[in-house]
Design a protein around this ligand. Sequence first.
Ligand SMILES: NC(=O)c1ccc[n+]([C@@H]2O[C@H](COP(=O)([O-])OP(=O)(O)OC[C@H]3O[C@@H](n4cnc5c(N)ncnc54)[C@H](OP(=O)(O)O)[C@@H]3O)[C@@H](O)[C@H]2O)c1
Length: 288
Amino acid sequence: MEVMAVKIGFIGAGKVGCCLGKLFCEKGLEVTGFYNRHKEGAIFASEFTNTAVFENASDVVLSSDAIFITVNDGNISGVFNDIKHCSLKGKYICHCSGALTAAQAFDKINETGATGYSIHPLFPVSDKLTSYGKLKDAFFCIEGTSEKGVELWRDIFEKANLKVKHLQTDRKTTYHTACVFASNLVVGIIEKSLSFFEECSFTKEEAISALSPLITANINAILEKGPTAALTGPIERGDKMTVQHHLECLNNAEDITLYKVLSKEILKIAMKKNPQKDYTDIAKILEV
Ligand SMILES: NC(=O)c1ccc[n+]([C@@H]2O[C@H](COP(=O)([O-])OP(=O)(O)OC[C@H]3O[C@@H](n4cnc5c(N)ncnc54)[C@H](OP(=O)(O)O)[C@@H]3O)[C@@H](O)[C@H]2O)c1
């Protein structure tokens, strides 16, 4: 099939459905329209993208070559099962979950004659109206039940000037774990830092404001130069007394383990960065 001729319909008109639909339209792809559990959602998305409102999921299937099931992860399989009675032969069934593979979400898809794809935008889509503008800079990570189909999607995204990466199916969970390390778990680390600031009589608001330049400069340095060049702090400097004092001020085993485990990761970077330096004492302090 000619890549730009694929007609794309959406089941689920939430944040990702709306934004991806709008982005596809702006990139010249043909979007048929939206079905949503509550009709207001579909009306909003159709007005936003100048496409149709569908009364039910079957109508999306009838009108589209590719069906994006952009509902919450827990409902993807149910929606797929609901459209199985339609003729799915030759259709491309897609979801946008980072956590699920296509085969996990679309049970026995091979028996329907359709092929399945997970197409995950590596981006926090927080707003139906505005996020699509930034979505164009995101990576779209694709895996699927058909290599030929994955290549078609790669072509579609590349021709639309979008960044795309083909994921092997058996790496999907590793990929999602990597995303969680870089985003979700950072939330946990910052929350932990805020709790220590509160012990120093900062309010949460004061602590966030005080941390803002530190966090921003650190993240920018990592993104611009990479973690090795961006690394600063007591471990890289080899300040073992400082590290020892930090560990003494932590008063529960979980915090000590967290500090040691993350510090050991930093120590590996420091050792590569400064091969001439002796980090033996710090390594001993960090033993769990
Ligand atoms: N948001 C992100 O940052 C992000 C990033 C990457 C990937 N994703 C993935 O994108 C997918 C959608 O996430 P989202 O953030 O867009 O969720 P969302 O904003 O909560 O939207 C989900 C939409 O699905 C509709 N829906 C739920 N069950 C349905 C059903 N059975 N039939 C028809 N419509 C149904 C909901 O309708 P109602 O209006 O009736 O509730 C809602 O409009 C998920 O797989 C998620 O993992 C999200």
